[in-house]
Write a protein that binds this ligand. Structure first.
Ligand code: C2E
Ligand code: MG
Ligand code: MG
Ligand code: MG
Length: 288
């Protein structure tokens, strides 16, 4: 087709594609090197139970300390790590590090780890998690595995089996970013879920649009009926915190309550509550 448009066009295309390909290959090599050289680190964001106002866990979030580019967030490298399947190896190291850290954290908080659908499909996730639990001695009930609805769609049957086997290990399965993907109520019945995380787009809108508040309230009620907890993601204001509490969510997470933080700071949080900072007046604790 490009040929039909003439020689010049064809050359532009190939030059562009060549550049893209080169960038991709460079990034892939960078990723490979980063795994080998352990340039990754986990940041832990606190999660609070709304009823007791107590810290109940942390979500482990991957950070890449790139030697030239500085701190790189997961949105920039997880997609490529998935395409190249490097996420299988990277994801395994995330689970291991998070479990090792969890054992050392005072107060026995839960630790949530994000699982890529690619890991579920191509990694031997059940054996990996079982081995890591044995190695670290972490109580399985303290490990939460966060999956997205994409993981439930792709390759339905195998993933369902994998999730059931994971659940049999005693870990908790959490549905992340609920409401953004191909949300299907049948997922809630079919998959062995312990908790739903309501996507922050709903939380953001609920103090502005009553529709969003109604959706959050309904999801929280449905989850409760099904015996599941609900975490409201992305709490940035006290109004949002009040709103999700009133909507019946059981847990809250967001910058207002605590940002993703290095492990040492997370350990401090388990003992002393949210870090005091300029925001300390508003971050003291969820209001009831
Ligand atoms: P996620 O699992 O939904 O994680 C929550 C994301 O929202 C995090 O972004 C967190 O920093 C951000 N966040 C938390 N509170 C607030 C808030 O109040 N306001 C706003 N605007 N954002 C908030 P992060 O760390 O950049 O991670 C983005 C996504 O990358 C994660 O979304 C998750 O899907 C993925 N990810 C992170 N770590 C891993 C990992 O170890 N493995 C895999 N497969 N994916 C990961
Ligand atoms: Mg998550
Ligand atoms: Mg999420
Ligand atoms: Mg998200």
């Amino acid at each position: 087709q490009a040929k039909a448009r003439g020689r010049g066009v064809c050359c532009v295309f190939t030059a562009e594609m060549d550049e893209q390909l080169r960038a991709r290959i460079a990034m892939e090599a960078d990723l490979r090197k980063a795994i080998d050289e352990r340039q990754f680190e986990l940041a832990y964001q606190p999660i609070y139970e709304l009823k007791s106002r107590k810290l109940c866990g942390f979500e482990a979030l991957l950070r890449w300390h790139h030697p030239e580019r500085g701190l790189v967030g997961p949105a920039e490298f997880v997609p490529l790590a998935e395409e190249t399947r490097l996420i299988v190896e990277l994801g395994e190291s995330v689970i291991r590090q998070a479990c090792m850290d969890a054992v050392r954290l005072p107060g026995e908080p839960r630790i949530a780890v994000n699982l890529s659908p690619v890991q579920l499909i191509f990694g031997d996730t059940v054996a990996t998690v079982r081995d890591i639990l044995n190695e670290t001695g972490l109580d399985p009930a303290r490990l939460e595995l966060e999956i997205t609805e994409t993981a439930l769609l792709a390759n339905d049957h195998r993933n369902l089996g994998t999730l059931k086997s994971l659940k049999d290990l005693g870990v908790r399965i959490v549905l992340d970013d609920f409401g953004t993907g191909y949300s299907s109520l049948s997922h809630l019945r079919l998959f062995p879920l312990d908790k739903i995380k309501i996507d922050r787009s709903f939380v953001r809108d609920m103090t502005i649009h009553s529709d969003s508040a109604a959706i959050v309230t309904a999801v929280a009620a449905l989850a409760a009926e099904l015996g599941m907890a609900t975490t409201a993601e992305g709490i940035e204001t006290l109004d949002q915190l009040d709103a999700v509490h009133r909507a019946g969510c059981t847990e809250a997470q967001g910058f207002l309550l605590g940002e993703p933080q290095p492990i040492l700071q997370a350990a401090h949080t388990t003992i002393f509550g949210p870090i005091s900072s300029e925001r300390s007046q508003t971050t003291a604790a969820p209001r009831s």
